[in-house]
Design a protein. Structure first.
Ligand code: AVJ
Length: 307
């Protein structure tokens, strides 16, 4: 808690004020993200699911029998369920998440739906290597699963570091199945992060409500505004909260001053080219085994193997 507060203050006292995207996901924020995934403009989840549906048999046969599936994140999404339904004789499913609460809830749901699958959750910050649990039966290979283009939240060097952790957890003969959003017409991307119903705006602003509740700060959410801009030259969306006037906010012992128009960067969402992502994967020791995309090449699901 004290560590979290000092990290928050550190981010908010930089020249470019920043808050980690992890603060999106309190109960309200998780429900709003769920709503986002159903918005007409938010193509990511729908497209990734379509790709999975179309190619699930091929994906399952690459993973092969008696694999250990290690999901980075607490799982229980539709995509995870689809994989669990199709994988042949899975040795174990290992969801890895920093939140014990999220893990236990998702473990319960997976056990209910798939009583024959062994679930061994791991509480860990997956940015750093962690110990895998002893599986009940010896897996033929470890396959790390990282859906949703969550990799896009990380800047280049951090993304490579995270891929290196996945490379290590996959071990010899292992692989990574990952969802990766692709560069496309900027108007499509901008619409996805500026939906007409304003759900993404509420999702972004809820971060301040969440922080006010958890840290007793007094950000005035009525004087911040959502902004999301795709920069094709940078291949990423910057999601920001813009201060609509000169104002102060109290956070712990720190008084934060905002100029009118000053921004808090709350998230990057990187969009890749297939080559650009392959280069990044190569820096972590992966080579691209297989890439599935939709007909418009808006999104990709990639099977990376250790090179
Ligand atoms: C969950 C990180 C993949 O970047 O599209 C959705 C989060 N932010 N709308 C994304 C998000 C604004 C999402 N990821």
């Amino acid at each position: 808690m004290a560590d979290e507060l000092s990290a928050l203050i550190a981010g908010l006292t930089q020249a470019q004020k920043t808050i980690s995207p992890k603060y999106f996901y309190d109960e309200t924020g998780s429900a709003l993200f769920d709503e986002i995934t159903k918005l007409p403009e938010y193509y990511l989840t729908r497209t990734e699911l379509d790709i999975m549906r179309t190619h699930i048999d091929e994906m399952a046969s690459l993973v092969g029998p008696q694999a250990s599936l290690i999901e980075f994140g607490s799982g229980s999404s539709l995509k995870t369920r689809m994989l669990l339904e199709h994988l042949d004789d899975l040795a174990v499913y290992v969801p890895v998440d920093i939140s014990e609460e999220h893990l236990l809830a998702s473990q319960r749901r997976i056990r209910d739906a798939f009583p024959h699958i062994d679930v061994l959750p791991v509480v860990a910050d997956f940015m750093h290597p962690f110990q895998l649990p002893d599986p009940p039966t010896m897996p033929i290979r470890n396959v790390v699963y990282f859906p949703g283009s969550t990799i896009g939240n990380f800047e280049h060097d951090d993304a490579v570091d995270l891929l290196r952790v996945m490379h290590e957890e996959a071990g010899a003969g292992g692989a990574l199945l990952i969802g990766v959003d692709l560069q496309k017409d900027p108007s499509v991307i901008n619409a996805a992060y500026n939906d007409s119903a304003g759900v993404t705006a509420r999702f972004n602003l809820n971060m301040l409500t969440h922080i006010n509740r958890e840290f007793g700060s007094d950000f005035d959410t009525s004087f911040f505004e959502h902004r999301a801009t795709y920069r094709p030259d940078q291949g990423r969306v910057a999601v920001e909260l813009v201060s609509m006037k000169r104002q102060d906010a109290q956070l712990g012992a720190e008084t934060l001053s905002f100029a009118k128009g000053e921004t808090i960067l709350t998230e990057y969402s990187h969009k890749y080219t297939l080559d650009g992502f392959a280069d990044m994967a190569a820096m972590a020791g992966f080579k691209v085994g297989h890439v599935w995309t939709d007909a418009r090449q808006w999104f990709s699901v990639q099977y990376l193997v250790r090179s």
